[in-house]
Ligand binder design. Structure first.
Ligand code: OFO
Length: 170
């Protein structure tokens, strides 16, 4: 069984993951309006991954005989700017999520909860991957994001992303 402190922080993390899904969906709609279908697909797939992140936490709380408590999801903004501005917002959001996951890890140490510490390691690795992927796209956008032909090709490249359901052990 998990402690109340761990239960609370995991429930807060569920909310942050579902907010992330909302944010990426809003960004996807924004890209769609701009006619950037590949960017729209990439962010829509990211939204689905964020739902997976939330559901893994949801299932874990239940598995550990805790109580899931779903909080209100904040409304995301709707005006994100050009592709580089959107990805810079994504990067700073993911850094915020990384900090939040690190706080969960710290709390598992404080509570001597080794099972949750082991569980949260998956999220720590996932954040490393997410920040790196976004940084890679930001670098490309900084180099040639203002050239229409290059943006067209990047849009095609991002459109190749495929959704792979995330689960705790994969
Ligand atoms: Fe759930 O990793 Fe992004 O926010």
């Amino acid at each position: 069984m998990i402690s109340e402190k761990i239960q609370n922080i995991l429930n807060e993390q569920i909310n942050k993951e579902f907010y992330s899904a909302y944010l990426y969906l809003a960004m996807s709609a924004h890209f769609d309006e701009m006619g950037l279908k590949g960017f729209a697909d990439w962010t829509k797939i990211q939204a689905r991954e964020e739902v997976d992140h939330g559901m893994i936490l949801f299932d874990y709380i239940i598995e550990r005989q805790g109580r899931v408590s779903l909080k209100q999801i904040e409304m995301p903004e709707e005006n994100f700017g050009n592709p580089l501005e959107v990805f810079e917002k994504i990067y700073s959001h993911e850094k915020y999520v990384t900090d939040s996951i690190n706080c969960v890890a710290n709390m598992t140490d404080e509570e001597c909860d080794l099972a949750t510490r082991y569980f949260i390691n998956w999220y720590i690795s996932e954040q490393v991957e997410e920040e790196a992927n976004v940084d890679d796209i930001i670098k490309k956008l900084k180099i040639f994001g203002s050239e229409k032909a290059a943006l067209y090709h990047l849009d095609k490249e991002l459109g190749n992303r495929e959704y792979k359901p995330h689960s705790y052990n994969s």
